[in-house]
Write a protein that binds this ligand. Structure first.
Ligand SMILES: C[S@@+](CC[C@H](N)C(=O)[O-])C[C@H]1O[C@@H](n2cnc3c(N)ncnc32)[C@H](O)[C@@H]1O
Length: 298
């Protein structure tokens, strides 16, 4: 093809370059990504506003092709646009922390449905990162008190900025190891704990595409153990003293880990154990509940 000039030609070349990249996960929609980048460059909400044969200016064409090249080189898509949309919220994203994923929408949806009839629920998001799960739950359940904990203070700061931008006053971000930063008054009183804990076994890290391996810190992906489950085990065992009797634990993970994590939950005393997944099975959540009669730990 000669130098692409029209919107249609630019999109065709953009999608082809993204399709040919070996640095990206297979499951991204490259048509959507190319369209979103071109719309951003042309400063329109939707490319439908622009005729297919429109010829963008030279600067716009170069900017679009440069963005496509960065994406094809593995740069996470939200770094190019500065934002990601999750569960209807537009969240600002900062490099240097785990990149929030729309695949967390299943976790958010399950949590919101469990608690929608509960007044003033207390929710904890352990390993909250930039806080997408905590923010969306806080937005959906405005009477809930939501806490997001993570060891990465930079990611949490972005969570706070998003909370401020969205006007959410019912979510707090606390820095520290697993549940350690939570206020003591929550012991035995938390209605639901969600966790998207690092779980990639160390020997699988090198198989991840560059968009993950090169842009997300190792400690956000893996606890560096052989089975990848050291932090997951802690998330399960250490949740028990914080949960209220009848409280829920929900862990977002890879399908191949679900059996092992169900076993861990059973051993820790959880009942009503289920593996939940979305239609394309890209998202998987293990959920369990503490028995109602369980005496809260002091
Ligand atoms: C897979 S990321 C998930 C982040 C966020 N929940 C999300 O879905 O975007 C895992 C997170 O665990 C955090 N983390 C790693 N070790 C931790 C620890 N010992 N205590 C608390 N958080 C930890 C990382 O900083 C990272 O933000």
């Amino acid at each position: 093809m000669s130098e692409p000039k029209t919107v249609d030609q630019l999109l065709t070349i953009g999608v082809r370059v993204l399709d040919d990249s070996t640095h990206l996960f297979d499951d991204h929609d490259h048509d959507d990504e190319a369209q979103e980048l071109l719309a951003m460059v042309l400063d329109v909400d939707d490319l439908d506003e622009v005729p297919d044969d429109h010829v963008p200016g030279r600067r716009e064409r170069e900017r679009f092709l440069a963005l496509i090249a960065r994406r094809a080189g593995g740069e996470p898509f939200p770094f190019l646009t500065g934002r990601i949309e999750i569960y209807g919220l537009s969240l600002k994203v900062r490099p240097g922390a785990f990149v929030p994923r729309p695949s967390s929408e299943l976790t958010i949806d399950l949590a919101v449905k469990k608690l929608k009839r509960k007044k003033k629920a207390i929710v904890v998001d352990v390993c909250a990162g930039q806080g997408p799960i905590a923010l969306c739950i806080a937005h959906e359940l405005d009477e809930a008190e939501v806490f997001g904990c993570d060891i990465d203070a930079g990611g949490l700061e972005q969570g706070r900025r998003n909370a401020k931008e969205l006007g959410l006053r019912n979510v707090k971000f606390l820095a520290g190891d697993m549940y350690a930063p939570l206020p003591k008054r929550l012991k035995g009183n938390v209605d639901l704990i969600v966790g998207h804990v690092p779980y990639v076994p160390m020997d699988e890290i090198e198989d991840l595409p560059a968009e993950v391996r090169e842009y997300e810190p190792l400690y956000t992906l893996s606890d560096e153990s052989v089975d990848g489950l050291t932090l997951m085990r802690r998330a399960v065992d250490e949740s028990v003293p914080w949960l209220a009797p009848g409280g829920w634990l929900m862990l977002e993970l890879a399908e191949d880990l679900s059996k092992k994590v169900l076993k861990m939950c059973k051993k820790a005393g959880f009942t009503d154990l289920k593996v939940r997944s979305d239609e394309d099975e890209l998202s998987v959540v293990v959920e369990g509940r503490l028995p109602k009669g369980r005496t809260p730990a002091r």
